[in-house]
Ligand binder design. Structure first.
Ligand SMILES: *Cc1c(COP(=O)(O)O)cnc(C)c1O
Length: 432
């Protein structure tokens, strides 16, 4: 346990464990009954106050939330009983924008409060979307330098230019390895005493509470919008395409705060570690597999421990009881690249809605698992134009590139080549 300040500035606890909020406050019934009439940013401010209100003065927190949520997050009907929660209207067209921006502002708030003069260095490993969201969320934020580690040749060209062309306080590091290597380098850097004496380090992966918790805002807003359309919250099934499980974990925190939905589905690509846990009760991490939905190519989801913690009552329940509680609320799904393509084509021809490969996993899981009377909502986690090459090829169309995405593509790529050997990465950081 630690205060929020420490959890945000340090990112990862000394024992390599993940910080968890000490207690999760239920929001008042009055908030839930008014929610469907409230604006997104005010819903978010109410949720943020419950999470962060003890550690951040409320005026600053309101500024922070309003600054973060300068874009809409609409619920779009795709077909009868199935809605898309479009999380891609932020600056980099992916849902991670909210957490990244919020974390940048919160970190800045704490740094100011400390009167610190030393630069804080943010390390972030990315398989694509995290890097762009974090880099853009932190761009130009004084007192903070960001290092984005990404696997060479394994992120889409559009994703790559979203974090390699920015300059200023953003350094992109191109690692000759896979995503898991990038994540390992970041974790090792945290645990290295010499490095930590040399420079102040923190993480902006979803292991950082300030990054993943703000994603809970989306789910309150989604339920508010569906309620405004006349649906009962108790009929709602939320389906989240998942990789590191930060996004669904935020939704589950929302549920613990009283968000009155029926159940959740975690949709996976071929990286089926969580799916297998649900079936067997045994968690077996695997090397990550490369798929079409590459932002979900994670073989050892770092937020799994948080989910266990949430449902084991801080480790008080047995693993069988914990598993039983989890499976009564969350079901799983896993899809091959072939199934993802098939789903994208089928959805497009039936409804005209363009899914990206990540959202396709969510849509398909609802199609297969929604029960009579339920209303399904899946997260469309990225704009299809972020995966333009793939989407165009699969659907035989020419997806329009939004202007703010096109702007990135004009920049000059700059990155530092790196091996996957920690000694090299450490030497590079020591020289900064
Ligand atoms: C990050 C990401 C995911 C997975 O989210 P997690 O919080 O890691 O589970 C899914 N889709 C897209 C497009 C993403 O960028």
């Amino acid at each position: 346990m630690a205060d929020l300040h420490k959890a945000v500035v340090k990112g990862l606890a000394e024992d390599r464990g993940l910080y968890m909020p000490e207690r999760i406050e239920k929001l008042p019934a009055e908030f839930f009954s008014n929610m469907s009439k409230m604006e997104f940013r005010d819903i978010a401010y109410n949720v943020a106050s419950a999470f962060f209100g003890d550690d951040v003065d409320l005026d600053s927190l309101q500024d922070l939330v309003y600054d973060t949520l300068q874009f809409p997050c609409p619920v779009v009907k795709v077909k009868e009983h199935i809605y898309s929660l479009e999380l891609f209207h932020g600056p980099t067209l992916a849902f991670k924008d909210v957490g990244a921006r919020f974390m940048a502002r919160l970190l800045q708030y704490f740094i100011k409060q400390e009167g610190r003069h030393e630069t804080v260095n943010v390390l972030v490993a990315t398989s694509g979307d995290t890097g762009s969201a974090v880099a853009n969320g932190f761009l130009g934020v004084e007192g903070i330098h960001v290092y984005v580690l990404y696997p060479k040749g394994k992120v889409s060209p559009i994703q790559e230019c979203q974090f390699t062309t920015l300059g200023q306080n953003i350094t992109a590091i191109e690692v000759d390895g896979v995503f898991d290597d990038c994540q390992r380098l970041v974790k090792s850097a945290f645990m290295d005493a010499e490095l930590n004496n040399h420079m102040k380090l923190t993480s902006a992966n979803s292991i950082n509470v300030a990054r993943f918790l703000p994603q809970a805002f989306y789910y309150f807003n989604a339920v508010a919008q569906l309620s405004a359309l006349g649906h009962q919250p108790s009929d709602i099934t939320i389906c989240v395409p998942s990789g590191n499980f930060g996004n669904i974990c935020a939704a589950l925190f929302g549920h613990q705060m009283g968000l009155p939905v029926k159940r959740f589905i975690a949709a996976n690509n071929a990286n089926d570690i969580f799916y297998n846990y649900l079936q067997t009760g045994v968690y077996t991490p695997q090397p990550s597999k490369q798929t079409l939905a590459n932002a979900m190519d994670v073989g050892d989801p770092s937020n799994f421990a948080r989910i266990i913690n949430l449902y084991s009552q801080n480790g008080q329940l047995s693993s069988e009881e914990t598993h039983q509680r989890i499976t009564s609320l969350i079901s799983g799904a896993t899809y091959s690249d072939e199934q993802i393509k098939e789903t994208m084509r089928q959805c497009y021809s039936e409804t005209g809605y363009i899914l990206d490969p990540h959202g396709a996993c969510g849509y398909r899981a609802l199609e297969e698992q929604l029960k009579p009377g339920e209303i399904g909502i899946f997260c469309e986690t990225a704009h299809p134009a972020k995966f333009k090459e793939k989407v165009d090829e699969i659907l035989g169309i020419d997806v329009e590139i939004p202007a703010r995405l096109a702007a990135f593509m004009k920049g000059q790529k700059q990155s530092v080549p790196m091996t996957k050997d920690f000694a090299d990465f450490k030497a590079f950081l020591l020289a900064q």
